[in-house]
Design a protein around this ligand. Structure first.
Ligand code: NOJ
Length: 535
């Protein structure tokens, strides 16, 4: 009988290579820096690492502007460094996921450069979305880039090309067989080098429809697509269902073909996870049908308030939706595109939520630095590099705050990250959040994560479904406790700012607020915390 694939209930650690560890003093992290710190990752207890892009890139969008998808950017090292990383990771029993970016290339990719030269109507231009201007000289349609400004840029001969993101990221035309063939080559290239799978960037965006038409409300749509813009849920949902460039049926044909490639690597158990921001949420499950991808990110918790009913609803929904296609959910509290969870909902709240999520079925993703409880770095505008900040002329602050390099050791910035000047400044206040200081503090967030992941492996592996518990509280705290039972473990999260006395059988084996563990007289779920009880 086939054993459970490794990724079904894995903890996957996302590394943003530029911000992890700098081995050569140029102020930016690199592959050798990652390799030299894999023992730290191993000690965390995770199953795999996902590397954000490290490919040749002019780095206009943190490497998501790929100029050569089958090579390493010199800033990060070279292919030999990558081979060394894979070998070391596998020796540590860590799987490695690469990030594949199929919606667009960099404008510095040789295909785009030759398309510019080849001119109107050429096969080279057909690999992208080049169109003539409207008779009045305006772009072919009114779509707005996700980074702000028009999604069309004009070239010297008057044609426009489409870019859903920065103008340096021309969208690829997935109606062109060259594009299919090239990505199949790229998948095999990294699989042959030993990667265990992929995170697929903008997985829902590859196929575009109605390029010849204006959208009736392009700025409404652009706001609806931005997480930092508040909008009524119904209005947002209505707009999101009308996006002509996301979640078109054609994308699924592409993943069916890719799945055959993954499966051709046999017992390697290759997996792929889709970044697919789609609406309605049930549509996400289409990406994980049996003949498509293995996981799809669930982004609900990246934006969820620390609110009992909200969390109950989105967790229930994600589990139920995935079950319709026999898949397990994924959970992510932070990533390189969103404010860090500690800044977004608070320190204690984020630790409680993390411990809650580690007990759920499915895979948990941890964004490097989350395990230290890092907040967003405080940056001056002059430090910011995110294209969304630049294209919006500062109206969108962008994602740099979540990308500030990791603090490793010492009392002063750059806290051992580099011997040079870090590419983004690190705040002095992080001296208490370094790996070194947290390792030696038994109550640190780092030690909470280590213990939680170890206990998850020990008690929850293969434990199946959760059973929600009725809130046993009365009075003013009613409704503030969220609990479930899974296997031998009962989990309670107290979302209120008051401790809750509670009768329960069993022993508290971990608490996100460690003060509860020793309280023998009273059984207490401390304010703003999660506990796991072994029954
Ligand atoms: C999603 C990536 O996570 C983000 O960082 C990037 O800017 C866009 N896709 C465009 O590739």
């Amino acid at each position: 009988m086939k054993s459970t694939p490794w990724w079904k209930e894995a903890v996957i650690y996302q590394i943003y290579p530029r911000s992890f560890y700098d081995s050569n003093g140029d102020g930016e992290g690199d592959l050798a820096g990652i390799t030299s710190h894999l023992s730290y990752v191993r000690e965390l207890g995770v199953d795999a690492i996902w590397l954000s892009p490290f490919y040749t890139s002019p780095n206009k969008d943190g490497g998501y502007d790929v100029a050569n998808p089958r090579d390493v950017d010199p800033r990060f090292g070279d292919l030999e460094d990558f081979k060394a990383l894979i070998m070391s990771a596998h020796n540590f029993n860590l799987r490695v996921l690469a990030d594949i970016v199929p919606n667009h290339f960099s404008d510095q990719h040789e295909w785009f450069q030759s398309a510019l030269k080849a001119g109107r109507g050429s096969p080279e231009r057909n690999r992208f979305h080049f169109y003539d201007a409207n008779p009045d000289g305006t772009p072919p349609n009114n779509w707005i880039s996700l980074f702000g400004g028009p999604s069309w840029t004009q070239v010297d001969d008057g044609q426009f090309y489409l870019h859903l993101f920065d103008s340096s990221q021309p969208d690829l035309n997935w109606d062109n067989p060259d594009v299919h063939a090239d990505f199949e080559t790229t998948l095999r290239f990294w699989l042959d080098l030993g990667v265990d799978g992929f995170r697929i960037d903008v997985a829902h965006g590859l196929v575009k429809e109605d390029i010849g038409k204006d959208h009736p409300d392009p700025s409404g749509l652009s706001n609806a697509l931005r997480l930092d813009v508040e909008m009524e849920t119904e209005a947002r949902n209505a707009l999101l269902e009308s996006v002509p460039y996301f979640d078109r049926q054609g994308v699924h044909e592409i993943y069916r073909k890719w799945r055959k490639i993954f499966d051709s690597y046999g017992n390697r158990d290759v997996m792929a996870v889709a970044e697919a921001w789609v609406h309605p949420p049930l549509n996400a499950t289409r990406y994980v049908r049996a003949d498509e991808l293995h996981q799809v990110f669930n982004f609900d918790l990246l934006t969820a308030p620390f609110n009992r009913n909200f969390l109950f609803d989105v967790i229930t929904r994600s589990i139920e939706h995935n079950a319709t296609v026999n898949a397990l959910p994924t959970w992510a509290l932070s990533n390189h595109d969103s404010p860090r969870v500690a800044s977004r909902i608070g320190d204690l709240e984020s630790q409680a939520l993390a411990l809650f999520v580690f007990a759920l079925p499915g895979s948990a993703y941890v964004f490097a630095g989350q395990e230290l409880g890092l907040p967003d770095g405080q940056l001056d505008d002059s430090d910011r590099q995110d294209p969304s900040f630049i294209r919006s002329h500062g109206a969108i602050k962008g994602r740099d705050g979540a990308r500030v390099p990791l603090p490793w050791s010492g009392d002063e910035p750059p806290f051992g990250f580099t011997t040079g000047k870090p590419w983004l400044p690190i705040n002095q206040s992080w001296s208490v959040l370094t790996v070194e200081s947290e390792k030696s503090d038994s109550n640190s967030v780092l030690n909470l994560y280590r213990s939680a992941i170890a206990l998850r492996t020990e008690f929850l592996a293969g434990s199946g479904e959760i059973k929600w518990l009725e809130s046993p509280l009365h009075g003013s705290n009613q409704g503030q406790l969220l609990g479930f039972k899974r296997g031998k473990i009962t989990v309670y999260m107290n979302l209120s700012d008051k401790d809750c006395a509670l009768d329960f059988d069993g022993q508290v084996i971990i608490s996100s607020n460690s003060s509860s563990i020793d309280s023998n007289e009273k059984q207490v779920i401390p304010a703003c915390s999660t506990v796991w009880i072994l029954n």
